[in-house]
Design a protein around this ligand. Structure first.
Ligand code: ADP
Length: 494
């Protein structure tokens, strides 16, 4: 009788934890109303929860754009250089190279060391992949008197994806607010990163102009808009990867706070980088289980990026881990029996902060076999939980699913809020409202998009009919083709 009782309490306790992650249709609607309120607040003034950063990008492509452009991406561990040939028929050809950034340059004494290295990589790329172009330029440059100011139709327009916090004050102007992700070059803070890169490019006399400073979400929006079926102008670019963020097309009349730099007002629109990861940092409406609270408390930035901490890949695994550990610690619950015998258990990944990668959630969701054999194998290989029972794996799967489902429904709050803000469902009758999405979570978590749609259908002002018209497509390569498209738009503005 005792084991049955234990088994029952495992099922009961799992249910109790799963219920803590319920995010009902009512919650979704409350979330949307608050999202809209905070979005509009961000359009009116600075220093709000959703930052609503103007990007100076005033139009999205329709797939007919043509030409050869360059893009570079400084994101974290790697520097990517690419050239993009836009064929003008929603297709493109991409040539690219990738190099690891030497650790010592991430903490160099001067900006010059890092940006000089980046310019060198651009030179190498041109020599390797665009030799003719490069040689022609060198010949021409030798015959001219000055290196600067050459009027040359062969100058590559380049989009610079720079995934660190910047204060942007023009389409190719923005100063670094602070380094993140292990970079620390104090000399760069406050400087215009486009100018730093352009200076080093000019020292090498390369035929390259840094035409646009690109946020990865804006790149995603542009890439999708170029490639979207039926040449529909895309409304939102969204990322659900390590972090989460979105950019969307807003009417200039709604952008009431002051914008520092010059921009083209003729389109009546501007792409806004929402920085929605910090939606509801004040916890007015977002759910806050004991696991969410603990994750936040033990993070490097408590009280900040509260929405991101419930939605993105970097955090979901940790929420699951904290919930599973709390289940494991319940006195009446028998979970992972094999663990209790070993005194070294504290060292296991399950008991380490960040010990559980959210990719394990995808594995759990994808394993629909009665024995959950794949999941049990992965619990062994990833978490070193030997001989997990079917019941153990079932409990793990249920909790992981609850966390993943809540993340998808929260994602729908952000997407649905923006769709409503745009008015596009009302403005047109049956045109699709297009969204480009990128990131491992939306690409690989089983049914993530379906769960988003389910929540969208429950939103007042969208409903089943509206949700039917919302089209979420995967948009890869925001920092390649997307950045190139922003360089194109920027070049057209001159
Ligand atoms: P990035 O956002 O850094 O460009 P990704 O989109 O690949 O890169 O996101 C990486 C994040 O997604 C990591 O936090 C990782 O834990 C998580 N992740 C990777 N694969 C999966 C998966 N199959 N299911 C869910 N999360 C995943």
């Amino acid at each position: 009788p005792a084991p049955t009782k234990m088994a029952n309490s495992l099922v009961e306790e799992t249910k109790r934890i799963v219920a803590q992650f319920d995010y009902t249709d009512d919650d979704v609607n409350k979330g949307v109303r608050e999202f809209l309120r905070q979005m509009n607040e961000g359009l009116r003034k600075d220093g709000t929860s959703i930052s609503q950063i103007p990007t100076y990008v005033t139009g999205v492509p329709n797939g007919t754009e043509k030409g050869l452009y360059m893009a570079v991406d400084l994101g974290g561990t790697n520097f990517r250089v690419c050239s993009v040939h836009l064929n003008g028929d929603t297709t493109f050809d991409l040539t690219y190279s990738k190099v690891a950034i030497p650790k010592e340059l991430m903490v160099a004494k001067t900006s010059k060391e890092l940006f000089g290295f980046l310019a060198k990589q651009i030179e190498l790329f041109l020599k390797t992949h665009h030799e003719e172009h490069f040689e022609a330029h060198v010949r021409r440059r030798k015959s001219s008197k000055t290196a600067e100011g050459y009027e040359d139709e062969n100058v590559f327009q380049l989009g610079f994806t720079f995934s660190f916090p910047v204060q942007q004050f023009g389409i190719n102007k923005g100063s670094l607010i602070r380094w993140t992700k292990g970079f620390d070059i104090p000399d760069t803070v406050g400087k215009d990163v486009c100018a730093l890169l352009q200076d080093e490019i000019d020292l090498l006399h390369l035929p390259v102009k840094v035409a646009a400073l690109v946020n990865d979400t804006v790149g995603t929006l542009m890439a999708r808009s170029y490639a979207s079926p039926g040449k529909t102008a895309t409304l939102i670019g969204a990322i659900f990867g390590t972090g989460t963020n979105g950019a969307y097309v807003e009417k200039i009349t709604n952008l009431q706070k002051s914008v520092d730099g010059e921009y083209d007002k003729s389109t009546g629109e501007m792409v806004i980088n929402t920085e929605w990861g910090s939606f509801d940092n004040q916890l007015n409406v977002l759910p806050n289980t004991p696991y969410d609270a603990k994750l936040d408390q033990d993070s490097v930035n408590p009280g900040i990026q509260i929405f991101e901490k419930r939605v993105s890949g970097m955090f979901l695994g940790e929420i699951v881990r904290l919930a599973v550990v709390s289940l494991y610690e319940k006195p009446n619950v028998s979970l992972f029996k094999s663990l209790s015998s070993n005194s070294n258990d504290e060292q296991l990944p399950l008991f380490q902060q960040w010990g559980l990668d959210s990719s394990l959630m995808s594995i759990a969701a994808a394993d629909t076999t009665p024995e959950l054999s794949t999941l049990r194998q992965e619990l062994d290989s990833q978490l070193q939980i030997r001989s997990a029972s079917v019941e153990d794996a079932r409990a793990f799967k249920d909790i992981a699913y609850a966390v993943g489902r809540r993340a998808a429904r929260l994602s729908a709050v952000a997407l649905g809020g923006i769709v409503i803000q745009s008015g596009r469902l009302k403005e047109t009758k049956d045109e699709p409202v297009d969204i480009g999405a990128d990131g491992s979570l939306v690409e690989h978590y089983p049914l993530f998009r379906d769960m988003i749609y389910e929540a969208l259908r429950s939103i007042e002002g969208i409903g089943a009919e509206g949700a039917e018209r919302i089209r979420i497509g995967i948009a890869r390569d925001g920092s390649g083709v997307g950045a190139a498209l922003i360089a194109l738009v920027a070049a057209g503005m001159e």
